[in-house]
Design a protein around this ligand. Sequence first.
Ligand code: ADP
Ligand code: ADP
Length: 228
Amino acid sequence: PAAVELRSVSKEYAVAGHRTPVIVDADLTIHRGEIVGVVGPSGSGKSTLLRLLSGQERPDGGDVLTEGEPLWRGPRQRSPRVPRRGWIMPVFQDPVTSLDPRWPLWRTITEPLVLRGGRLSRSQRRQHAAAALEKVGLGHINVTRTPGSLSVGECQRVAIVRAVIANPGLIVADEPTASLDVEAAANIASFLRALADEGAAVLVVSHDEQRLRSYADRVLRMREGKVT
Ligand code: ADP
Ligand code: ADP
């Protein structure tokens, strides 16, 4: 089965008492090894699509499947059923608020490994974190530093490293290169490419269509809640 699939998915929000369609009959399939880009004007539903794919929102109609299994079954199900803990990893647009500014980087970055049940010593966690930082061009940053002491672009890369350290099956990223300079953005693009080549399915929402086209396998356009 595909890593993730949307089948006739719709989503509405109540705005001033009116139910307003935000996602209209969306179909989308992403396979392992594939990077899919999503572009479109502000308000066209890109972030909502991303939240539906990652199980952060429940659809009003249609199905979201991961590895062929529905994420949502009954109306009473409170949280999405993922293939395994940490299988879906969102990379948020604003890394500064998604990272605890006071945690040392080794702890921040390796937390998903520990949540997944890995028994790691402090020195093993430091080694994992240092190796991970190296991969995104931050090998010079000591793992005892905290997100609060880093630039926004550095935090963005730490957030990505943290999201992927436990080998998720699906990575959904909202503007992962937005606050990066050209060189760092190119580094993240090739890093995402390498993760896909290792078997992850990757969805990236971005305003930077030119860059997206340079590393995504295909780029979808959203317009008024429709995927084209
Ligand atoms: P981006 O397009 O950069 O991804 P967002 O998805 O955060 O930005 O927001 C897109 C639009 O959705 C904005 O107009 C924002 O005001 C609106 N929006 C986001 N969250 C909410 C919310 N909880 N309630 C109402 N409007 C929202
Ligand atoms: P994009 O990411 O393309 O900017 P969004 O998915 O953020 O688009 O938003 C699509 C539409 O849904 C916008 O009109 C936005 O205002 C609205 N919206 C987004 N989130 C919410 C929310 N939580 N409550 C109400 N309206 C929302």
